[in-house]
Design a protein around this ligand. Structure first.
Ligand SMILES: NC(=O)c1ccc[n+]([C@@H]2O[C@H](COP(=O)([O-])OP(=O)(O)OC[C@H]3O[C@@H](n4cnc5c(N)ncnc54)[C@H](OP(=O)(O)O)[C@@H]3O)[C@@H](O)[C@H]2O)c1
Length: 301
């Protein structure tokens, strides 16, 4: 089959692409950075998103059977707002319909809601509705926090633990999250692509941690026993902004604090993924968090 993957040179899209190529499919990618180093050499041709030119976007998708969509923005920055990401994704969905794409495998988030005050969660809910209303067959996958080699959250927790003698928790640290290994996620996405029916499902890992437990686990595995201190969320956010000024990044946003503390990153469905964060950390204990992972560097420089 001919398959289009957004962000094949980036994070989730890269692992999905590896699997599709291994199965012998032809893969093209849509990306904001078509000139970035291509880890697949000549095997994957890159095209710009062309959100401002839907005709051209539909032309790029001509002959594509399945579209894997990972496109989204983590936080609003300049013109790259969640609102814009919703609009762009709707353009992508329409272009896929026009091009005759048969199925979309779309990455959403656990617990999306049209009523949410958090634009990440309401925007994802709006896109799920747009996909259901389209003529495309669909698999909508709802992951939580992803961990893996190019991950940001778990890596930067490890980096903070390696860099500072204390770790400031947002409030009590008792809110839960259920991370999933990015390679498990890619396996699930590829499996769901090959299904005939329309599917909406959570895609989460086997462990539910409180945030405090997760930080303690990372600390234990990298051998940096943590002195955790509970901080009022506003103070922790302020501290993250100071660190952000040094590393040239947005470490954490108010919306992310709210989403995390509201317990939106857990599922009530049985886990589909098997890899335990503890096992992955054991394997990566010497490399995880050795360098700060910057969202700004990744997407804006
Ligand atoms: N990472 C997580 O922990 C996590 C957790 C839950 C859900 N998700 C969802 O999983 C999907 C993939 O996430 P990911 O972390 O793997 O993302 P990613 O690979 O870094 O980016 C995915 C795609 O979105 C584009 N993109 C990302 N940020 C952008 C920005 N600020 N401006 C313009 N384009 C941007 C990328 O463009 P380029 O091709 O130019 O790089 C890429 O095509 C997203 O839908 C996300 O909401 C992720």
């Amino acid at each position: 089959m001919k398959i289009a993957v957004t962000g094949a040179f980036s994070y989730t899209g890269k692992y999905i692409t590896q699997r599709l190529l291994a199965r012998g499919h032809e893969v093209i990618t849509l990306t904001g950075h078509p000139d970035n180093p291509n880890p697949f050499g000549g095997q994957v041709q890159a095209y710009p998103f062309n959100f401002e030119n839907p005709e051209k976007l539909a032309g790029t998708l001509a002959g594509v059977d399945i579209l894997f969509n990972t496109y989204w923005v983590r936080f609003s920055h300049g013109e790259n707002t969640h609102e814009r990401a919703v609009k762009n994704t709707k353009t992508l969905i329409k272009a896929a319909e026009k091009a005759g794409v048969k199925r979309i495998v779309h990455t959403s988030i656990t617990n999306p809601s049209l009523d949410s005050d958090l634009p990440y969660f309401s925007g994802k809910a709006e896109l799920e509705e747009a996909i259901k209303a389209s003529s495309l067959g669909y698999a909508i996958l709802r992951p939580t926090v992803l961990f893996g080699d190019e991950d940001i959250l778990v890596n930067n927790i490890a980096w903070l633990l390696r860099s500072f003698p204390v770790f400031g928790l947002l409030g009590s640290g008792r809110y839960s999250l259920q991370p999933i290994f990015v390679e498990d996620y890619a396996d699930i996405a590829v499996e769901m692509a090959m299904h005939g029916e329309n599917i909406v499902t959570d895609a989460v890992g086997p462990d539910i941690f409180t945030f405090k437990e997760m930080v303690e686990l990372v600390a234990k595995q990298i051998g940096r026993p943590a002195r955790l201190i509970k901080m009022p969320p506003k103070l922790a956010l302020w501290a993250s902004q100071i660190i952000g000024a040094f590393v040239g990044d947005v470490v954490l946003t108010q919306d992310e604090v709210d989403g995390l503390m509201a317990g939106l990153l857990v599922s009530s469905e049985p886990p589909r993924a098997k890899t335990h964060l503890a096992d992955w950390l054991k394997e990566k204990k010497d490399s995880v968090g050795m360098k700060y992972a910057s969202e700004m560097k990744k997407h804006y420089r």
